[in-house]
Structure formats: C-alpha cells, structure tokens
Design a protein around this ligand. Structure first.
Ligand code: IPM
Ligand code: MG
Length: 361
C-alpha cells in the first residue's frame, strides 16, 4: 500500500498558479517513484479569494487546510488589491492562515547554489559556502500584539500603534525549535534581538539563554539586530542557525535570501506544534511577469521538498527533488531571474519539463 497524503494547494495570485503547476507535476513524478500517493485539493487565498468571495482567507479554505496533511502555498498579492482596507488585503489572508494553523515557527534557509554564485551582489569569496537557516517566530511579536490600530487622540491628531510583545511560553517554544534545528546542523545558534533598548527583547534573551542549558552541545550567541544585519553582509559564513522574532525575522530573512543572489530559489516552511505545516517560496507573486511563463518555479519545487522533509517525513523523496534542482542547474537551464551568459534560457513550463526529465532518468 502506498502512503496517502492529503495536500491542500493554495496557488494564490500572480505567478502563483504557474509555479504551482510545476510543483504538482514534480510531486506526481516523485509520488510514482517513491510509492506515495497525493490527493490534491486547491483552494483560493489572497487576491484570488477576494475576487471570488470578498475575503482573503475564506473559512472554507482554512477548513480544508486544517483537514489536510500539509499545505503547499505559492504566493499572494498584487497591485490590484493594494488599495483595499487592511482587513481585506491579501497579506491579511496570509497572516490569518498562519494564526489559524498556529504556525509559530518559520524556517527560511538561505543556501548558496554554487552554480549561481555570480548572481550574488557580494563577492564570491564572501558568499561561497553560505548555508544559513533563519528561524523566525511567526505568530507573535509586533505583527499580532495588542493594542494595535490608528487612534484619534484628544487633540484630534491621529496616532498609529502596534505592540511588540512576547510571552515566555512563546519564546520558549520557538527557542526549542531553533535549538533542535541547530543541533542537526552546525550546532551554532545565534539569537537576534534588540535587548539594549527593548524590554521585550530582554525577556527574549533571558529565555533563550535559559533554554541553552538543555542544549550543551549547541553554541549559543546573541546579537543586536542592527549588528546582525551588518554581519550578514560583512561575513555571512559566521552564521549557521539564527533565531529571532517576527519583525526582525521578516527583515533578516530577506537580507539572508539576497546573499544567495536569487530569491527565486528559496523555499520556506511554517510549522506548528501539531497539525499541517505551510510550505511556500520566500519570493512574492511577481505580478509584473504573471501569465508570461517566465517565472522561476524552483523555489516552489524546493518548497515541495521542504513539505516532504518537514511536513511528511519523507526524507528520500525530498532529497530526490533537491538533487534534481541541482542537476537542472548543472545542465545549464536558467529562468530569466538567474540567467547568465552561456546558459540556456527557459520559461517556467520548460524548467518543469527539465526537472521531470531528470527525475525520470
Ligand atoms: C513574508 C512577507 C509577509 C510578512 C507579508 C506578505 C505579510 O513579507 O512572508 O516575509 O511580512 O510576513
Ligand atoms: Mg517578508
């Protein structure tokens, strides 16, 4: 009997549907190879959901996600919906999905692909060998803290408010995930905060330090976020695993991604303590190239690999996908975003076909 998995597909907006189609093809080939059977259900999220139902995360979509083994998400958003009130914006759909599935741990690897080293804006010797895992807290901090809103003061002047807050338990659970990951990687964990100024960061630092007692084999360090941002471009190889709060993680994970020169290559995983995880590329919906068959599907395909690894515990299948991505790069296939002289430029569909060919060979 083959292993059966219920997978929810959330193609979303822009290039989302194109790159999702490639990932599904790859999963089908992988399923046949490793005796896994995937039942796919698609549901709307983001702008597509706003157009269809008036809300960026319909209850029905969340419900389908909750009842699946894993969720594969592509990308959301576009100019069309930018002017809507916050509650009806595509981004709000994504945040509600994270909150609704309690996905407090966001794993964002920034790995240099040797074939693409020249795409980095940094010198090859600075980035060669970079392999960082950013563990970002995803359901707390200033993204969700109360009070929040734009309030009118007594003088009639408006005041915008957000609150950065963390409970001990929220810090402990993300710290634990990060230590576990660091233990399986280079055994080095750097916690990033702003404890020299923020009380919430002082508590963060205290709790992370406390957790370290359970991980004597992992070397823990702390950096202030401004210094961390600088160190990431100065000497990125000093980092192995980074753990940080929601806002700092949002910023630093983009910075770390760009070290690799190709945000179009990077996947992510969002996990809770139980229930399905959400697996999605780090890049956005790229509305400027949507529908033109130009998008790079590799981050989506690598997100499917992360789904197999972290969501379904199918390590061999995950590795086969990762290997096939390296192989198509070795064979010289490049979408526009990672194109360099002498390589073969392909579109989204062709890149998918190249992957399928490698996987079947
Ligand atoms: C990300 C994105 C989101 C975030 C936006 C789209 C809400 O930037 O996943 O990093 O800020 O978390
Ligand atoms: Mg971001």
């Amino acid at each position: 009997m083959s292993e059966q998995y219920k997978i929810t597909l959330l193609p979303g907006d822009g290039i989302g549907p194109e790159i999702m189609a490639v990932a599904v093809k790859v999963l089908e080939v992988i399923g046949a190879k490793f005796d896994l059977s995937f039942g796919f259900t698609s549901a709307p999220i983001g702008g597509a959901a706003i157009d269809a139902t008036g809300t960026p995360l319909p209850e029905e979509t969340l419900n389908i996600c909750q009842h699946s083994d894993a969720v594969l998400l592509a990308a959301i958003g576009g100019y069309k919906w930018d002017g809507l009130p916050r509650a009806q914006r595509p981004e709000t759909g994504l945040l509600s999905l994270r909150a609704g599935l309690d996905l407090f741990a966001n794993l964002r690897p920034a790995t240099i692909f040797p074939q693409l080293i020249d795409s980095s804006s940094l010198k090859p010797e600075v980035v060669r060998g970079v392999d960082i895992m950013v563990v970002r807290e995803l359901t707390g901090g200033i993204y969700f803290g109360q009070p929040k809103g734009i309030f009118e003061t007594e003088t009639g002047e408006k005041r915008g408010v957000n609150t950065m807050a963390y409970r001990e338990s929220e810090i402990d659970r993300i710290a634990q995930v990060a230590f576990d990951i660091a233990r399986k990687r280079g055994k080095k964990l750097c916690s990033v905060d702003k404890a020299n100024v923020l009380d919430v960061s002082q508590l963060w630092r205290d709790r992370v330090s406390r957790m370290a007692a359970h991980y004597p084999d992992v070397e823990l360090s702390h950096l202030y976020v401004d210094n961390a941002a600088m160190q990431l471009v100065r000497a990125p190889k000093q980092f192995d695993t980074i753990v940080t709060g929601n806002l700092f993680g949002d910023i630093l994970s983009d910075e770390a991604a760009m070290l690799t020169g190709s945000i179009g290559m990077l996947p992510s995983a969002s996990l809770g303590s139980h229930g399905p995880g959400v697996f999605e590329p780090v890049h956005g919906s790229a509305p400027d190239i949507a529908g033109q068959d130009q998008a790079n599907p590799l981050a989506q395909v690598l997100s499917a690999a992360m789904m197999l690894k972290y969501g379904l515990n199918q390590m061999a299948a995950a590795q086969a996908i990762e290997k096939s991505v390296l192989e198509v790069l070795d064979r010289g296939y490049r979408t526009g975003d990672i194109m360099s002289p002498g390589m073969t430029r392909v579109g989204c569909t062709e890149m998918g076909e190249a992957l399928v060919k490698v996987l079947k060979s």
